[in-house]
Design a protein around this ligand. Sequence first.
Ligand code: HEC
Length: 161
Amino acid sequence: MKSVFEAMKSRGGSLGCVAASAILSLAFAGPLAASEDGGVHGFHETMEALGEHSQRIVSAINHEDWEWVVREAEAIAEHPRPPMAERRRIMAFAGERKAEFQEYDHEAHAAAAELADIAAEGDGREVINAFARLQTTCLDCHSNFRDDFRQHFYMKNKDAH
Ligand code: HEC
């Protein structure tokens, strides 16, 4: 939250009341909204959440608790999108590869929805196969974008934007 106030100050206090209160409500809306500093925190938290859901899917498979798999897969399929400002930044980063990035995102959602459907039928082997397909979609995007993404958003001096 502090960084939002610092950002307001550094903009010379020229923000109108409406803009200021909009920023305040963002600040209090929690970490998903903390994207006013040019970062991609919301996206990062989404990824951490996806990682936790997929770990719970492993546990659920080991317990043969197919209903649990359904819930976790649905949470992946319907995961909250990062704030608009972040999505714009990410699309700008992707540049000419924007369609490719969106395609990976789409494939991950589709594979998660398919896993939820298959888990609802309770055939363990099919669930494991569908889970492998889901993890492959995660891997595809990571192997093509993660290094560049981290380089772009986390390594460089933010003041250089
Ligand atoms: C459209 C691209 C894309 C898809 C699809 C995708 N990711 Fe990611 N993921 C990224 C990028 C880019 C990063 C690196 C950015 C970061 O770590 O903040 C990342 C980072 C992560 C991290 C590391 C977070 C950390 O703390 O370092 C985890 C865990 C993760 N993703 C899980 C998943 C899982 C699980 C799936 C599939 C269900 C998935 N991701 C699908 C793009 C994607």
